[in-house]
Design a binder for this molecule. Structure first.
Ligand code: FVH
Length: 279
């Protein structure tokens, strides 16, 4: 299959290398020269030439503003533009019209992997947008990562991508605070992480499907620790941080939300009810 790639940053290079390895005929373009060396792809001098070369055009650059800038007023007739650049749902939805006005069909994608993972079993790419475009290229795109199509609304891939990154940042915030607490007593952080924290977090993640069901039902009655108990626990936690000389900066927003929910009279509910303070 003929596939073009616009943007040869770390991710674009990984995409190109993997598609070449899967036997596709890959044409590449990058704003600055020298990044196509050793990829086994055909390098061209302009984005327009790369678009001309293939019916499937993948773009993966810094942001959506760069996507629009590099495409300029080039026509995309009979082309599918697959945008794997990180962006927001509103930006992806705007791209549908923008690409259609140039004669093309639009697919958005969210890469849930680092460049080294592309083409390996752990990689996932979320897709949304044109269903016919996804069906046509699903098999070829499977060489990059496990594909998950979320629907015709192009905004869905960035929405889910950002939601997954949000979960990741929350987990990293908890890890950093926990590590700082352990390090405050000069205890080994690596041993704590591997032997205790990771198994604990894995077990606690098992609670999240039940919490998600509560959220969907809007039913927050709990038979485990309610918000009042968690509020007392949080006071204890913050005080321990202060005594250990560690800043609880990443925990304080959660404490504030917990306090607001209890003050609003929902102390008997479970932690899943905190979502009501976020809506
Ligand atoms: N790397 C990662 O781990 C993450 C994984 C999840 C998805 N992200 C997103 O992928 C997009 C590209 O990321 P990247 O890692 O390839 O980024 P860089 O290595 O910094 O390369 C940036 C490329 O963007 C080109 N570029 C920037 N501005 C423009 C512009 N105005 N016109 C044309 N191209 C532009 C840049 O070109 P150059 O500087 O080499 O000339 C690079 O090709 C990104 O959305 C991540 O969030 C990666």
């Amino acid at each position: 299959m003929r596939i073009s790639i616009l943007g040869l940053g770390l991710m674009g290079q990984a995409l190109a290398r993997t598609l070449v390895g899967a036997g596709h005929s890959v044409t590449v373009w990058n704003r600055t020269e020298g990044k196509a060396d050793g990829l086994g792809a055909t390098s061209v001098a302009t984005a327009a030439e790369a678009i001309e070369a293939s019916p499937l055009v993948i773009v993966c650059v810094l942001d959506y503003a760069a996507v629009r800038e590099l495409l300029g007023s080039v026509r995309l007739d009979d082309r599918v533009l697959l945008n794997l650049t990180n962006g927001r749902p509103a930006e992806a939805r705007d791209m549908v019209e923008w690409v259609a006005a140039r004669g093309g069909d639009y697919l958005d994608g969210g890469i849930m992997a680092v460049p080294q993972m592309i083409g390996t079993p752990g990689a996932l790419i979320l897709y949304s947008g044109s269903p016919t475009a996804f069906e046509r290229y699903e098999e070829a795109l499977g060489a990059l990562a496990g594909p998950r199509y979320l629907g015709a609304d192009a905004g869905l891939a960035p929405l889910y991508d950002l939601a997954m990154l949000t979960g990741m940042y929350g987990q990293i915030a908890g890890f950093l605070e926990a590590a700082a607490l352990i390090a405050s007593e000069k205890r080994p952080v690596a041993e704590f992480t591997t032997e205790l924290l990771v198994p604990w977090l894995t077990a606690m993640a098992g609670q999240q499907p039940r919490m998600a069901a509560d959220i969907e039902a809007g039913a927050y009655v709990t038979n485990v620790s309610n918000l009042e108990i968690n509020q007392v626990g949080m006071v204890n936690l913050i005080r321990a941080f202060e005594e250990q000389g560690v800043k609880p900066d990443l925990l304080l927003p959660m404490r504030d939300v917990l306090d607001r929910r209890v003050a609003a009279g929902h102390g008997a509910e479970g932690l899943s009810s905190l979502i009501e303070e976020l809506r």
